[in-house]
Design a binder for this molecule. Sequence first.
Ligand code: CA
Length: 231
Amino acid sequence: MSKRTVLIVEDEPGIADVVRQYLEKDGYRVEVSGDGARAVDEFARLRPDLVLLDLMLPGLDGFEVCRRIRGQGSTPVIMLTARDEETDKLVGLELGADDYITKPFSPREVVARVRAVLRRAQAGPAPGDRVHVHDLEIDPARFEATRAGIPLDLTPTEFRLLTALARSPGRAFTRLQLIDQVQGYAFEGYERTVDAHVKNLRQKLEPDPRHPRYIVTVHGVGYRLAEALDD
Ligand code: CA
């Protein structure tokens, strides 16, 4: 199997170098870009398997880079942020980032997150049968989801979220249960990150995202996939 490529977008050479070393030791091919605008070009050229994206960059900031990368497909993105502000993280997640890491971080933590995100993205959800509920078809093996036969362009995180909900229509999941399904590892417990992902998913899934029919909010609990679609 050929090496997986990670694109590090980071303008601090010291940080980029140490992360590169750890990732290379773990068997990844690594490219580094220190400028936001150039990183978007590099992304198009390299087609990496994953992007580690710093927030504060010269050229374009990390949010804008994320938006442009998202315009080109569903490659997993992990945001690196020096700011420990929840709003930054939520904006990143709303732009479709799959995870975020707050600086200062240990390079080992980065490697663990990269592995986890790639495992989720490339192995897909637990091997399993296709899920068919209402007019949704989800094929975990092929990582494809459609509604009424029309493909949904979901990020890996959104895909896992939808799959988890759709496997048990009518079951109310707490946000923590959904974090567990989606992240696949113990996480800081930012329950609101689930809300950000659900919001994105609804934008893509729901005919009218302001009045969701598929993914229903269960007040005081979390979310469930509707057992029946009301008209
Ligand atoms: Ca920076």
